[in-house]
Design a binder for this molecule. Structure first.
Ligand code: CP
Length: 316
């Protein structure tokens, strides 16, 4: 990170990563997100960010993150500018930095940025003027902090706020997943009892730091045994072209979450997936749409979590 996201007084200036974010700040954001979830439809919230302008600046595709940031900002009364990179002057070669600086000059107060390059959002935050806030909506393989926040909110609602006895399995393409890295930081910060990381060797991270404190296995059945929560990851299909996994059928056979396999987890285990899902590959329909799935609750919590971040960064 090239710029501090928390200032000397402990205030959040940008929201770039959950790595190193103090537990007090993370818990405060979760409490605030829960409050926004409880106050769904409360029109009095619309004065919270009145007069502020939020720009969603996405250089990669998105359905959930971008739309929920737009809804979150609107519910807090902010004006929202949805920047479409494909029809912008970035197609003429304008840099992300110049794009941001121009929009900042127009009066944008907060940028929600997604970029394919590791560290790109932190670098842009370093270029912003004081008072302009940046939110990382996903950069490269590194971080997707609001996804981590909504995932922790979803787990907290299902299992309570004491994670000390919680057993969680994170399964699939961990190596290339910014969601996995982010959730690992959050689970460690919140003191999760046991974190299991599972996937084929070719899709597991090779650095010890990412996997610190985790039990690592290639055996999905073993990883599922008795867990309270299963966090499935999207198989990034381009990895097949790179030869990192075999056929889709082979992958499903070894790492697809089926209803039968889910029986190995605790009877009240919950299933999460950040989306978009490859149905029939990493997760079966009857699990994704079944009674243990919290996948649409995650999506709903995305609005509340993003309201919390915007309120903390841009509120009075
Ligand atoms: N989970 C997630 O980031 O989804 P989108 O890519 O659709 O935003």
């Amino acid at each position: 990170v090239t710029v501090a996201q928390v200032d000397a007084q402990g205030r959040l200036r940008h929201f770039l990563t959950l790595e190193g974010l103090p537990r007090t700040v993370l818990v405060r954001l979760l409490d605030l997100a829960q409050n926004f979830d409880d106050r769904r439809g409360d029109l009095s919230l619309r004065s919270t960010l009145a007069g502020k302008t939020v720009c969603t600046l996405f250089f990669e595709p998105s359905t959930r993150t971008r739309s929920s940031f737009q809804i979150a900002a609107q519910q807090l009364g902010a004006d929202v500018l949805n920047f479409d990179a494909s029809t912008s002057s970035t197609s003429k070669g304008e840099t992300a930095r110049d794009t941001m600086k121009n929009l900042e000059a127009m009066g944008v107060h907060g940028f929600v940025v997604r970029h394919r390059e590791d560290g790109a959002v932190a670098a842009l935050a370093g270029e912003a003027r004081p008072g302009t806030a940046l939110v990382n909506a996903g950069d490269g393989r590194i971080a997707h902090p609001t996804q981590g926040l909504l995932d922790m909110l979803t787990l907290r609602q299902a299992k309570g706020s004491d994670f000390s006895q919680l057993k969680v399995a994170i399964v699939g393409d961990v190596k290339h997943s910014r969601v996995a890295r982010t959730d690992l930081h959050a689970l460690r910060t919140l003191g999760a009892g046991e974190i299991r990381v599972c996937g084929p060797k070719s899709l597991l991270p090779d650095d010890a730091t990412t996997l610190a404190g985790c039990t690592v296995t290639e055996d999905f059945d073993a990883a599922l045994e008795g867990v309270d929560a299963v966090m499935m990851l999207r198989l990034q299909r381009e990895r097949m072209e790179e030869g990192l996994v075999g056929s889709l059928a082979d992958y499903h056979g070894a790492y697809g979450l089926t209803a039968r396999r889910l029986q190995r987890a605790a009877p009240d285990a919950v299933v999460l997936h950040p989306g978009p899902m490859n149905r029939g590959v990493e997760i079966d329909d009857d699990v994704a749409d079944g009674p243990q799935s919290l996948i649409l609750r995650q999506v709903a919590n995305g609005v509340a979590a993003r309201m919390a971040v915007l309120e903390v960064l841009l509120g009075a």
